[in-house]
Design a protein around this ligand. Structure first.
Ligand code: BGC
Length: 394
């Protein structure tokens, strides 16, 4: 069966500045990941920007990306750094020349050291420092952005930074986590106004990580229920001033009562006989469950801001591309307003606290040479993205 998407449907791939560029004075620099790698040099994107622009354009007509705040703004309220601006300009111009359209993300997990050192998102008074950065980015780079995404997954950011302690500042303090969520929400609302004032026609939205947080047994009910409320309801309720609602979906996470994931508890995952990638349970039907849930609640246009699999051998990725395309196509046929779909990720990068051994790329990136090579699944995604159709086995 052939699935055809509308002509104006957005297909793209996605990265984040910190995961592909060499670290520059941000709060992840020097963090040692679970696989032993140090967060510092990543994929040399700042050197290979030409080749990267070409492969981005080859893969899809859209690209979701960010700019490194710590590199562009080297102190509170400072002017944007000239040389760094010039580097981003030449990259963005090359993308534009190749007709790539941009979803620009204004915050994706990392902060400048100077911002972290004064309390970062824990302090209400720091919100305006990020807004000052946004205002400057909008003036400097606004012409290249077609769609704005203020924060990437505030629910992951607050939960991993202040509840599980996986991300900087590595705290386990739910009270502070809630304060951070409030401050991010304030920042988002102010950024929304700022962006609309300058570019009234350009859509502004948020991205949330949406997951199925389910109970594996009666023991898991309480933790799964609590996690679901916090992650899927409480945090998103702070980001409702949007033109579109971005959903990044990866997995179902069963609780027994602790979360069962392949990366943390592979033996349990195997025992349960669940399909999985190198990190999580593979459960594409969950994307539809999340879409139904948020559609009922928000009735706002959706963009799938991220979706992908950690798959170093590329054994699941092509199936995932087809499975998720079917889910999105069916949801649209059933009346849910979905405007676009971004694959995570364009090439392998530094997977935060887990490190670069988790491979999400359509292109592989050799960690020694930094050479990029297309995986077989890249061609399938490329065709889907450019021709907006895919053949699915009946
Ligand atoms: C994040 C990405 C990350 C991906 C895979 C998302 O939560 O936005 O930065 O690499 O998931 O874990």
């Amino acid at each position: 069966m052939r699935l055809q998407f509308p002509n104006d449907f957005i297909f793209g791939t996605s990265t984040a500045a910190a995961q592909i560029e060499t670290a520059f004075a941000h709060d992840w620099q020097g963090v040692i990941a679970k696989d032993g790698e140090r967060f510092d040099r990543t994929t040399d994107h700042e050197i290979r920007w030409k080749e990267d622009a070409d492969l981005i354009a080859h893969l899809a007509p859209w690209y979701r990306m960010g700019l490194m705040w710590s590199k562009l703004q080297r102190g509170p309220g400072k002017k944007l750094h000239k040389k760094s601006c010039a580097e981003y300009h030449r990259f963005l111009k090359r993308l534009r020349k190749r007709n790539v359209r941009i979803m620009m993300v204004l915050h994706h997990f990392t902060n400048p050291i100077w911002f972290a050192n004064i309390g970062g998102w824990e302090k209400k008074e720091n919100v305006d420092l990020w807004l000052d950065f946004c205002a400057k980015v909008v003036e400097e780079f606004g012409e290249y952005a077609d769609i704005w995404n203020t924060f990437n997954e505030p629910n992951v950011y607050a939960s991993y930074g202040w509840v599980t302690g996986f991300f900087p500042p590595f705290k386990k303090n739910p009270y502070l986590a809630a304060t951070v969520v409030q401050n991010l929400g304030r920042a988002h609302n102010k950024a929304y106004r700022l962006l609309k004032k300058r570019f009234p026609q350009k859509p502004v939205g948020i991205s949330h990580n949406a997951a199925i947080l389910s109970a594996e047994n009666p023991l898991g009910w309480v933790t799964a229920g609590l996690a679901d409320w916090w992650f899927m309801d409480f945090i998103p309720s702070h980001f409702e001033r949007v033109d579109f609602f971005g959903i990044s979906y990866y997995a179902r996470i069963g609780h027994d009562p602790m979360p069962i994931t392949f990366v943390e508890t592979p033996e349990k995952m195997k025992k349960l006989g669940r399909p999985h990638d190198d990190m999580w349970e593979y459960y594409p039907a969950g994307l539809r469950e999340c879409l139904d849930r948020y559609w009922k609640k928000y009735k706002k246009p959706f963009i799938i801001t991220e979706n992908g699999v950690a798959d170093s051998r590329d054994v699941l990725r092509s199936k995932a591309i087809a499975d998720y395309a079917s889910v999105v196509h069916q949801a649209m046929a059933d009346g849910i307003d979905i405007r676009g779909y971004f694959w995570w990720s364009t090439w392998d990068n530094f997977e935060w606290h887990l490190g670069p051994s988790c491979k999400f790329g359509l292109y592989a990136c050799d960690w020694e040479t930094k050479d990029r090579t297309p995986r077989p699944s890249a061609e399938l995604f490329r065709k889907l993205a450019h021709y907006k159709m895919i053949d699915i086995a009946d």
